[in-house]
Design a protein around this ligand. Structure first.
Ligand code: DP6
Length: 362
């Protein structure tokens, strides 16, 4: 990917601004479990979305020497105390990558393009947009590692330190993170994600219908869930399963094999939830209606042969994926068979966003 264009920065090093929007992503092979400092236990592969995004503006102001880094975080114009700790930890983790940050007061203004409280995770798009702004500040202030073609790799590595899944939201389309090697040239890394571009036309234009089953706040956060993989009785098996699923999934995407794609995607979704259920502190994040939706999808598919499959994040909502050519049929099915199972009869129609993040006018 090409480097970042510094001309989108407004102001100067004393007082300036930069804005980015970054997409949310849905993992098909799931990152579940960590080691070291936000490194994944296994490889993962995701799709970046085109409509579900976070926009962030970073404003910086130079401070008198020795005062140390300070920041404010505004979400949709209001201070968000509950994100304060997460951002503070994130900034401490990245300070050594951008040493001059300690001389600044930073303000982050963020907003999501998707509706409030529908239970869609926004940490990936939020942290990715924050990291893109900070990476731009670093490039603008001349930090060498952020200059030139390494920009996106460096930003992905930084986003990872805010939220693991955010490192994949630095790219449009498909991205992989972790040791899995996409081909002889592109060796996978635990530190940053890599775009995956060798896609069969069948998978180039995909739709993602996000079916809102339950929007209540999660009882167990993803971060707590990852921690339960430490000493999990199936941890070793999970690592093997994920690498094996990466092989099968990448092969199906390269060759346009829908049946294999569908089987692996659904195996991953249900495995993620079964790892939660079989952890030492077991919990269930699916809702009875999530199961009812899954059953209906399977029934419809068996009857009609429509190419579609489901996946879930660490929550009760269902992502129903299909090639764009099946859109009309899937939409009719949601309206006739699934609508009543959804909270406030609500779903969001999204699709794979090939373009990925972009800098915005401040
Ligand atoms: C189930 O990236 O939200 O969505 O690194 O602790 O911030 P932290 O966790 P997070 O975990 C995402 C888990 C997942 C699977 C995935 O996106 O790969």
């Amino acid at each position: 990917m090409s480097s970042f264009d510094i001309s989108s920065v407004k102001g100067d090093l004393n007082r300036g601004q930069v804005s980015w929007e970054a997409p949310s992503n849905i993992a098909l092979v799931k990152y579940w479990g960590k080691k070291g400092l936000q490194l994944p236990m296994n490889s993962s592969l995701s799709l970046s979305l085109s409509s579900s995004k976070t926009k962030t503006t970073l404003s910086w102001k130079k401070k008198p020497e020795g005062e140390g880094l300070s920041f404010d975080l505004l979400f949709e114009g209001k201070k968000k105390v509950q994100f304060q700790k997460k951002i503070s930890t994130f900034l401490k983790r990245i300070e050594e990558k951008i040493p001059s940050l300690k001389d600044y007061h930073l303000q982050f203004d963020s907003e999501n393009t998707f509706p409030h409280s529908v239970g869609i995770a926004s940490s990936a798009s939020s942290m990715a947009s924050l990291a893109l702004c900070l990476g731009s500040f670093a490039a603008y202030s001349g930090v060498e590692t952020f200059l030139g073609d390494a920009f996106y790799e460096q930003v992905s590595s930084m986003a990872r330190l805010g939220s693991g899944s955010a490192c994949r939201s630095i790219y449009g389309g498909w991205a992989s993170w972790g040791p899995y090697q996409l081909d002889e040239r592109e060796k996978g890394s635990d530190f940053y994600a890599t775009p995956f571009t060798k896609i069969d036309p069948l998978f180039e234009e995909m739709s993602d219908f996000i079916l809102i089953v339950d929007s209540s706040p999660k009882k167990v956060s993803s971060t707590e869930g990852h921690a339960l993989m430490e000493g999990h009785p199936f941890a070793e098996g999970r690592i093997l399963q994920a690498e094996n699923n990466m092989n099968k999934l990448v092969d199906s995407i390269l060759k346009g094999k829908w049946d294999i794609f569908q089987r692996v995607v659904e195996n991953e979704a249900l495995s993620l939830h079964s790892l939660m259920m079989s952890s030492n502190n077991p919990y269930i994040l699916m809702h009875p209606r999530s199961l009812a939706v899954i059953e209906k999808i399977k029934e419809m598919r068996a009857k009609t042969g429509v190419n579609c499959c489901f996946t879930l994040d660490a929550g009760p909502n269902i992502h129903l994926l299909c090639p764009r050519s099946e859109n009309a049929k899937v939409k009719r099915f949601i309206e006739s068979d699934l609508r009543d199972l959804l909270e406030n009869e609500r779903w969001i129609e999204d699709s794979v966003g090939a373009l990925g993040p972009k800098p915005l006018e401040c």
